[in-house]
Design a protein around this ligand. Structure first.
Ligand code: F6R
Length: 615
């Protein structure tokens, strides 16, 4: 495939009864988590179509609009995350061709072939985007005299790939046409106004009455309502629901960044999440952790991406240990193509904050096709992954705006711990006494988290000055601290841009030890658990080669180890079922303060987006 500028992006449209440009930008602000390479808005006014576009973040577009406002009661808008090519104004959406305007989220896979065909017929392409073929196809059919709906249907039957699209025509100012094949698209019902958006949060200031298009749907939206059709042109019904997202207030409170706010919210949101799964009065795991019949399943397949995958990896240790349930786990981008043999006697768990991650969704569909029972551990309950699952396990973290996941990670862990205990209970692999004991530990967790956050903050801040001078950092851990080591490295590299790797401590001597010298800090995560002595031996190997150790341990561990370190971070002694959540806090704060110290864009690090709806 030729290189093009593909996008992952957020889209929005309004057919309104008064000016829409400002409201479109307001909606884009709620979609900026989907990408922030460029943004644009287009409206129709007095029979003319016009647009404003700007490179970079939304405030650049706002400045453009302040200088040159856009009147008009119908409009579309877009915020972009490019995967190929330079994110510049020319490639920013909306794309215009002969009175057709298009915004698009996803990839038109056959764009190259369509572009060649249209170019041969005389079309002149002005951008490097795949999206422009959609505008050219529409323009061509309209020029040939095809009426707008038929043109839309013809265009949809020519393009292939993953897309959510909104099309606006200069000739029809009171209508927007939209289609979904992959990335999500919601229709919002207002009073005398109608809305389209990549999610319900985008539309939340305008309406909470939402219908989601399903793959293969397209819609004609006017001020009075929406007609939803399939690709054969037959009408279909999609239920309207009242979205729960409208109540969310998205602001930073007293914090400098959303990431900081989200780190400090963890005690509260974890307590909320836990109370959904465990009964603190009886110290037992409740029915919400039993939405999958763990007793009868022969094994568990877990798939997710990035931080969510690392939460799954901690979950694997728990399901295997407490429920004696074999777990197959892989990153979703590998899982979906591995063609692994699966049996309908297994269940599958998909972990995703956004619930929209393309690779995770594809893995889910692979498991569904193989007859597995599907469970979704998600933050966004109305997301595609949630809607396509048999059982939803919400993590109840509230909106996570910082691109680097923090509270979603620890809430995912809290939910997975509850599910593993629920599975152990159902399978008879933990006794009622053990269940009670571990639920008691879970119940203590929010309080311990608050204490730890206050306790370690000053130390993390001063340590981050040292870390910010480094080019490379190694994180080591064993058992559930191994995924945490990888999570620590991921957090550091994504927001501070310092190269970092997480390793299983025992693997050190099989290669990475060659990197150790006095310039390489090694962050060792080692609660005083059954692996402690082994991890300390690995630390010894680092110390013997002049490596500088940052030791994250607990009181018992600090007392037991006499090795010299660059710094020792001492957490309270906690039970091993809650250790991964508690030990997440120093690694999050260390990454956060290092990034702040280095002056990077903490909440919106370069090249990243919060919701990854392309492969
Ligand atoms: C890292 C991070 C990403 C996400 C990953 C999956 O801090 O946030 O690695 O975890 O993109 O996203 P979700 O959970 O939305 O599927």
């Amino acid at each position: 495939m030729a290189a093009g500028v593909f996008c992952m992006c957020g889209i929005v449209g309004i057919v309104g009864s008064n000016a829409v440009a400002e409201r479109l930008v307001d909606a884009l602000k709620r979609l900026e988590y989907r990408g922030y390479d460029s943004a644009g808005v287009a409206t129709i006014h007095n029979g003319a179509m016009d647009r404003r576009r700007a490179e970079g973040k939304l405030f650049n577009l706002e400045k453009r609009l302040d200088a040159e406002p856009l009147p008009g009661n119908t409009g579309i808008a877009h915020t972009r995350w490019a995967t190929h090519g330079v994110p510049n104004v020319t490639n920013a959406h909306p794309h215009f061709v002969d009175g057709v305007a298009v915004v698009h989220n996803g990839i038109i896979e056959n764009f190259s072939e369509l572009r060649d065909e249209l170019t041969a017929e005389g079309a002149v392409f002005t951008t490097q985007t795949d999206t422009e073929v959609v505008a050219h196809l529409m323009a061509k059919y309209l020029r040939e005299g095809v009426e707008p709906r038929a043109a839309m249907l013809r265009m949809l039957n020519r393009v292939s790939g993953a897309y959510a699209l909104v099309v606006m025509l200069k000739s029809d100012p009171g209508t927007l046409m939209a289609a979904r094949s992959g990335p999500p698209l919601a229709i919002g019902y207002g009073r005398g106004e109608m809305f389209l958006g990549s999610d319900a949060i985008a539309l939340s200031p305008f309406t909470n009455e939402i219908a989601y298009l399903v793959d293969g749907d397209w819609a004609i939206v006017t001020r009075d309502g929406a007609e939803i059709l399939d690709y054969a042109g037959n009408p279909v019904e999609r239920p309207r629901q009242i979205s729960q997202t409208t109540a969310y207030v998205v602001d930073k409170g007293n914090h400098r960044h959303f990431m900081e706010k989200e780190i400090y919210e963890q005690p509260e949101v974890i307590s909320h999440a836990l109370s959904h799964y465990v009964d603190f009065a009886s110290n037992t795991v409740g029915d919400n952790a039993a939405a999958i019949d763990f007793k009868s399943v022969s094994g568990l397949a877990i798939s997710a991406c990035g931080t969510a995958y690392l939460a799954g990896l901690v979950g694997k240790y728990w399901f295997e240990r407490y429920a004696r349930l074999p777990v197959e786990i892989d990153v979703a981008s590998e899982f979906r193509y591995r063609e692994m043999p699966l049996s309908p006697s297994q269940a599958a768990l998909f972990i995703s904050q956004s619930g929209e991650t393309a690779d995770t969704l594809a893995s889910l569909r692979y498991c569904k096709d193989n007859g597995l029972k599907i469970g979704a551990v998600v933050n966004v309950k109305e997301s595609t992954i949630a809607r396509e699952s048999d059982a939803i396990f919400p993590i109840m973290a509230g909106p996570e705006i910082g691109v680097a996941s923090t509270k979603a990670f620890t809430c995912q862990l809290a939910v997975l711990a509850s599910l593993a205990l629920g599975a152990g209970k159902a399978r008879g692999t933990i006794t009622p006494e053990q269940e009670k004991q571990m639920v008691r530990h879970l119940a203590e967790m929010p309080r311990i988290m608050s204490r730890v956050l206050n306790l370690i903050e000053p130390q993390m801040e001063s340590l981050s000055r040292e870390l910010s001078k480094c080019r490379d950092v190694l994180y080591l851990g064993r058992g559930t601290s191994f995924p945490l080591a990888m999570e620590g490295a991921l957090k550091l590299k994504e927001i501070s841009y310092i190269h970092a790797e997480g390793y299983a401590a025992g693997e050190l001597k099989h290669g990475p030890i060659a990197l150790i010298d006095e310039n390489m800090p090694v962050i060792v995560i080692a609660p005083y658990d059954r692996f402690f002595e082994k991890t300390v031996s690995n630390m010894q190997e680092v110390a013997a080669r002049g490596g500088r150790i940052i030791f994250i341990t607990d009181e018992a561990g600090a007392a037991a180890s006499k090795l010299p370190t660059m710094a020792t971070i001492v957490l309270p002694n906690v039970d091993e079922i809650i250790a991964p959540m508690i030990f997440s806090l120093p690694i999050q704060l260390l990454a956060y303060h290092t990034a702040v110290f280095m002056g990077t864009d903490v909440d919106q690090p370069r090249n990243l987006a919060k919701s990854v709806t392309v492969e």
